[in-house]
Each structure stands twice: as structure tokens, then as C-alpha cells.
Write a protein that binds this ligand. Sequence first.
Ligand code: NAP
Length: 324
Amino acid sequence: MAATSLPSKILVIGATGVIGKHITSAIAKASSAGSIKSISRVSILTSAATVSSPQKQPLLSSWKQQGLSVIAGDITNPEDVRNAYRDIDTVVCCLGRTALLEQIELLRIAEKTDSVQWFFPSEYGTDIEYDATSKHEKPHQNKLKVRAFIKDEIKRLKVTYVVTGPYADMFLDAKSGHEEAGGFNTQTKQAVLIGDGNGKVGLTTMPDVGKLVVAALANPDASVNKALKVQSFVTTPKEILAEFESQTGAKFDVKYTAMDDLQAEEKQAWEKGDSLCALLTLRRIWAQGKTLYEKTDNEALGLSPQDMEPLSAVVGRHIRGEPC
Ligand SMILES: NC(=O)c1ccc[n+]([C@@H]2O[C@H](COP(=O)([O-])OP(=O)(O)OC[C@H]3O[C@@H](n4cnc5c(N)ncnc54)[C@H](OP(=O)(O)O)[C@@H]3O)[C@@H](O)[C@H]2O)c1
């Protein structure tokens, strides 16, 4: 694969995770349907626990039927990683938050191979370099360390960060115990909006994250060595509320949380070591408008607004309780 060649042999790491399964399914489909003709092999490196997990069997079987190969191994074992990298030219990493720093070794090993040319680090979220304040945000620290390692140590590999902003599917969720941090409850017909509810936010649906990664793979000229800013649509909490009310035919009981109150709750959550403290910080960042761009990279990747899922689709899934 030359500098801006199309990918041929792709390895996904973290494939069966929350977002990895959407990304892997989209890549497997792009390969089997021939929408990226250059792809000749798609593999995943996954843990032995995942390979033997009954819950993950239907997903693994459907991928195998599409020709995807499953490699069992430990991402912290360099030998397993080198074996998985054999002949691979493109690595798409979707590791979860607690494993982000493992990517430093994964990148170091990839840099030393003859085959790996292009690496997508696990991002698919909030812009960690949005403005001067971003470098101080606690949830960004591990992704920033990975970017710093790449800047300082990676000379040969091409790298693409896919920055999607919050997942629309998760943005809609009211979090138990932190309902004031925003969200929609279809059962109780209650909603909590941050600020006055008119603040714009850029969201990406989870299936669209897969579509956007495939578009990045299919358009190396637009994506190599870039932090791509992509999204499905821009909306406001009030527009989301109107969509819920229109689809359910019911009026929601609406409460508002002032930004100062959200910040106070965020501070307290970090002090208490609450498991949702990072999410509260992210919700505050999103409400501050730090998902908005004059222009995204969607168009450069060949995607028009009509190619992306609309707000109505994700609200519909939420109301029907369909897992994403
Ligand atoms: N934009 C948003 O709203 C949003 C929301 C959630 C996540 N994200 C981002 O998406 C990326 C992936 O997150 P995720 O929630 O999809 O990940 P996840 O489901 O927690 O984990 C993904 C996969 O990583 C692999 N893994 C191996 N060792 C691990 C370890 N020690 N800890 C965690 N995972 C390990 C596992 O894959 P195998 O079982 O296949 O080995 C696991 O299924 C992250 O960069 C995260 O920040 C963004």
C-alpha cells in the first residue's frame, strides 16, 4: 500500500465492543458487497474470552459468514500482536476507554512491521483538540497521550483520527442517578434539557460511525494524516424533544438544568469517584457547543446530508427500545 493507496488487508482491534461492532460490520459489508474493491481480507484480533463468549457468538458467526477471520490473542502480548499484523496493511483500533493506552505498544509494534501502513487509533468521540481548553479535560488525557506518542515517535505509519462527537443514540439516554445531566425517558415521558434547550450539538448515530470509517478508508486522499471532524446532523435538545413528542403523540414533562448546576454536579461526581464522572464532563463539553464546526469533513469523504441517518431514525429506535 503506497502513501494514499486504498486498504487491502484490514485488522480491527476491539471489534466486538460498543462501537467496534458497528465499525467492523460496516467494513465487512464494504468488503463483501464490493463497495471498497481493494479490500481482500478483513480480520479481527479479539480476546479468547470474547471468542468463547456465548453472547458474542451470533455476531462472530455472522461476520465469519461474510468472510471475516477471527484471530484470538492478547493485545498486551507482543507476539500475538505481531502475528495478527502479519500481511496487514491497515489497522482500525476500537479499544475501549480503559485500554486506550495499550495503543502505544500496538502503534510501536505496527511502526516496526514491514506491512502495516495505516492506523486508525480508537477515537470516534469528542474532539480532544477542539480549543485551548481541551487539553485540560480529564476524559481526554489518554487519547491526548496516544496522539502525543504518535506525533513524537511514529514516523512511517499514516494515521487517521475519526472524530464523531457524541453518539446520538447515547445522547438521548437519561442516566439513572444523573437525570439532571440531560436525556429523554420514553416510558415516563420526561425530559431534561441543558441550558435553555436551544444550544446546538453535532451528533453521530452509531451505524453512521461505521459508515464514516468506511468512507475514510475509501478516501485516503481526504483522510490520511487527518483528524476528521464528521457527524450525522446538528440539532438542539428542543428539536429532539419535538421529535419525541411527534413520534409518541405525547407531551413530555420538561425540566431544565442550568450550565452552572451541571458543572457543580460534574465537580461533585469527580470528587466522589462516581463511575459516570467522565460522562458528566463530556455532557458539559457538548452543551458548551464544542461539537460544532463551520464545515465538517463529511463532504470530503463523499457523504452528503442525505447519506446520514436523520434524527427521526435514532429517536424512533429509542422509542421502540431497539438496542443499537
Ligand atoms: N462518541 C461517543 O459518544 C462515545 C461513546 C462510547 C465510546 N466512545 C469511544 O469509542 C471508542 C471505543 O469505545 P467502546 O465503548 O466501544 O469500547 P468497549 O465496548 O468498552 O470496548 C471495546 C473492545 O475493546 C477490547 N478490549 C480489550 N481489552 C480491553 C480492556 N482492558 N478494556 C476495555 N476494552 C478492551 C474488547 O474487544 P474484544 O472483546 O473484541 O477483544 C472490547 O470489546 C473509545 O475511544 C471511546 O472513547 C465514544
